[in-house]
Design a protein around this ligand. Structure first.
Ligand SMILES: [Zn+2]
Ligand SMILES: [Zn+2]
Length: 255
């Protein structure tokens, strides 16, 4: 049994064949999928998908790309939607200094605020950090994010960063890019991260693992990422699946 700890099933890429995608995930041993609604227009859709599938849960929040769209009405709506039992985490929230689709000062402010919101809702957070490691760590510390814990998704930091995150009660989630030819440095870092702190994810429809790189990603492909992580950690796929599944169930409070 595997878990895709992070996908975006509500995105338009899945509009035509969502049920087939979910079926294929089941057939390849993916027991649960956590679908992440990253902006206002996607929250209800993500929740709808979760509510109509026993094997799917939702994660809601405002992505750093959309931080500039937050207004007075945003948080009340989010709070209301997050109270449903199918929402298991708050996110993805954080900083994206690679694409900078929202101004950096607004990203920083909204990241801080949303950590507070997650604590109020008693939900773990899912953190998106792209090219903003130092600022992400500063905010996690200053906002006492260890009080809610959560996941650093699509982890791209170094081992030192992983270590501090783990000490703060966070899990480190590994995406399909671990299978890429040029990811040798990333594999060296994952080798050192304890199995007990690892999760696997697709971030579908993005970051498709080999051998499907270039095509649309989907939750059934989390198996290829898990296989690669198992190789790196020198354990069987069964063992890797077992431990990462327990880790995911623990962080999402389903265990
Ligand atoms: Zn992300
Ligand atoms: Zn994502």
């Amino acid at each position: 049994m595997l878990i895709d700890s992070h996908a975006h099933l509500e995105m338009p890429e899945f509009k035509k064949d969502l049920e087939a995608v979910i079926q294929r995930a089941k057939e390849s041993g993916v027991e649960y999928i956590f679908t992440v609604g990253t902006e206002k227009k996607d929250w209800k859709k993500a929740l709808e998908i979760a509510n109509s599938h026993p094997s799917i849960y939702a994660i809601l929040g405002v992505h750093p790309h959309n931080a500039k769209e937050i207004d007075d009405g945003t948080y009340p709506i989010l709070k209301e939607l997050c109270r449903g039992g199918k929402v298991k985490a708050f996110g993805e929230i954080g900083l994206d200094f690679f694409r900078n689709l929202s101004p950096r000062d607004i990203q920083l402010k909204r990241f801080q605020e949303q950590i507070g919101l997650a604590k109020e809702l008693k939900l773990p957070i899912v953190v998106h950090d792209r090219e903003a490691h130092q600022e992400t760590m500063e905010i996690l510390k200053s906002e006492k994010a260890e009080e809610c814990g959560g996941i650093i998704h699509c982890f791209s930091g170094n081992y030192e960063m992983a270590k501090v995150c783990i000490e703060m009660g966070f899990y480190i989630s590994i995406p399909g890019s671990i299978t890429f030819k040029n990811a040798e440095g990333f594999r060296e870092i994952v080798k050192k991260i304890p199995l007990e702190s690892l999760l696997v994810e697709t971030d579908a429809p993005f970051l498709t693992p080999e051998p499907f790189r270039g095509k649309r990603n989907e939750p059934s492909y989390v198996r290829y990422t898990a296989q690669k992580v198992a190789e790196i950690k020198k354990v069987s796929l069964e063992k890797l699946a077992d431990v990462t599944t327990k880790n995911a169930l623990r962080v999402y409070k389903l265990l």
